[in-house]
Design a protein around this ligand. Structure first.
Ligand SMILES: Cc1cc2nc3c(=O)[nH]c(=O)nc-3n(C[C@H](O)[C@H](O)[C@H](O)COP(=O)(O)OP(=O)(O)OC[C@H]3O[C@@H](n4cnc5c(N)ncnc54)[C@H](O)[C@@H]3O)c2cc1C
Length: 494
């Protein structure tokens, strides 16, 4: 049933809805709260590129944002409203908009990014009207998830159990049918003037083929995943060559075009219908990882910059300009790594299993700092999420509160053979290797000359020779770990 929206709001009274990572109209608790109390709503998005935010939007995120705002603007117009776009300092823009519209309150979603949290505090001080925050991007209220002694969880397992012991996430709210606006809406910038889309050369061709930013695109992705894929998700989520093995909802979730509540309830209902318990257990577990990353960032605002385990700050990271370029361009000579990095460049997204392999290769085999990898992912992912990206890089780097031990090094050849046994993924993104038999596809440098010849492949000409020896890279990483982390810890313990 459609929500009765403007009826209960005080006629003539204005509220501002400040949108950030919640670019949707359905299941939007800040919007619903504003409509409950106020008759007229002014939805605003501010592009704030202040220096305070070291993690300014990357190129891929800017592409997504452009299309997402366009979709949201169209959805608002269908509801007799309009999206007001402004660029600049959020504090002064929102203060001016409150004055101009006579708004009596400002509503926004709660965020976990440290800079956005302090910005919201600064806005609250400046605007002179109450600021109401509502949870819009996590399943559970971080404040409610506490250990028995009232502290915070630092390990995923107990965190997830504590979440599952909570009452179910709230039922999603439908989108309002109309969102009344004041007679004169404030002036808006033109989205095209913001220049969010890439200039020449335009690298976004492969994005268009894969993504439809906006609420409708998110809903379509969710439905198609739940229709066909939830049952086998536990296994298919580890097969990068299966284009529908995972939901591909991450950018939609990051930009808040769909809420985790909506995904949770829709998946639960589908799982109940299909009796897909194991699919549900794995998939809901991933949604809880999403909550856990936000939770970690909220309580560890330094997480994107500093290792959560201090001893890891001592690792002697290498500056390897040429190696870094090869990694970024997918030209390391290690096929599964190159396939992943090319997928990232082409589509702004990479499969989770391959994110782990490429990240481990950089941090361990290449001994390049996880922060360098984190920054590249942040610039190139359409789902670049400060919390999840930082938590995942720290997980790979062994330095998070709950992470894979540093001494466990993914072997990219074994990983490739296990998770891409028929080579579908590598052949798609590294077509130079197409004609190699499966046996050698993940380790072309080991293939006999006759096999390479038959495949028409000369290493170093058609495809790079590996930039490093995997065994030596692994040994160097373990040696650094023994000397600088384990040694440092022992020193600290003594
Ligand atoms: C080095 C590295 C960096 C990463 N950076 C990001 C990032 O910037 N943004 C981002 O959204 N994800 C990131 N991830 C997590 C994960 O790879 C993606 O969320 C996932 O691949 C998205 O695909 P999907 O939507 O098809 O996921 P599905 O498998 O369908 O999972 C559903 C949802 O659960 C959440 N999820 C899944 N896996 C994880 C995970 N490991 N940690 C936290 N949440 C998860 C996502 O919101 C995802 O959309 C990173 C992982 C690694 C190893």
């Amino acid at each position: 049933m459609a929500r009765k929206t403007s009826r209960s709001g005080l006629p003539g009274s204005v509220a501002i809805l400040w949108l950030r990572h919640d670019l949707r109209l359905s299941d939007h608790r800040a919007l619903a709260a504003a409509l409950d109390e106020f008759g007229l709503i002014v939805p605003v998005f501010v592009l704030d590129e202040s220096d305070e935010n070291r993690w300014a939007l990357g190129g891929a995120s800017r592409w997504w944002l452009h299309h997402s705002l366009a979709a949201l603007g169209a959805a608002l117009r269908k509801r007799q409203s309009e999206l007001v776009l402004r660029r600049g300092d959020s504090v002064s823009i929102l203060r001016d908009l409150v004055r101009e519209t006579g708004a009596a309150a400002l509503f926004c979603g709660e965020t976990h990014e440290p800079w956005l949290r302090s910005l919201t505090d600064a806005v609250e001080k400046a605007v002179g009207v109450p600021v109401h925050r509502r949870r819009v991007s996590t399943l559970f209220d971080a404040e409610a998830i506490r250990t028995k002694s009232g502290g915070q969880y630092s390990v995923y397992g107990p965190f997830a159990r504590a979440c599952r012991a909570q009452p179910e996430p709230e039922d999603p709210l439908p989108a309002p049918q109309s969102i009344p606006s004041p007679k004169r809406m404030p002036r808006s910038d033109a989205l095209d003037d913001w220049g969010l889309l890439p200039k020449k050369p335009d690298w976004s061709g492969g994005f268009d083929t894969m993504w439809t930013p906006g609420e409708a695109g998110a809903d379509k992705k969710l439905k198609s995943f739940l229709k066909d894929r939830l049952d086998g998700y536990g296994a298919s989520r580890n097969v990068p060559g299966d284009p529908q093995g995972t939901s591909m909802l991450s950018p939609h979730l990051h930009w808040g075009e769909i809420s985790p509540n909506q995904v949770w309830h829709a998946a639960k209902q589908a799982a109940d219908r299909k009796k897909a318990k194991s699919g549900w257990d794995s998939f809901s577990g991933e949604l809880l990882w999403h909550d856990f990353s936000a939770y970690l960032l909220r309580y560890n605002p330094e997480m994107p910059e500093k290792p959560l385990r201090a001893a890891y700050a001592k690792l002697p990271w290498r500056r390897d300009k040429a190696g870094m370029r090869a990694w970024q361009q997918g030209r390391t000579g290690i096929p599964i790594v190159d396939a992943g990095m090319r997928q990232l460049w082409r589509h702004g997204w990479m499969h989770n299993r391959v994110r782990m392999i490429t990240a481990s290769f950089l941090v361990k085999h290449m001994l390049v700092s996880w922060q360098d990898g984190e920054a590249w992912f942040f610039d190139t992912l359409v789902d670049a999420d400060l919390a999840t990206n930082a938590a995942s890089w720290q997980w790979i780097g062994g330095c998070g509160t709950d992470s894979q031990p540093f001494f466990r090094v993914f072997n990219p050849v074994t990983q490739g053979k296990t998770h891409d046994p028929d080579g579908r993924y590598v052949r798609h993104y590294v077509p130079e290797l197409k004609a190699l038999p499966d046996r050698w596809l993940h380790c072309p440098w080991q293939a006999p000359q006759s096999v390479l010849g038959k495949a028409g492949l000369v290493l170093g000409r058609d495809y790079p020779k590996p930039i490093l020896d995997l065994d030596r890279g692994r040994d160097r990483a373990l040696d650094a770990y023994r000397k600088h982390v384990r040694g440092a810890k022992k020193g600290a313990d003594a």
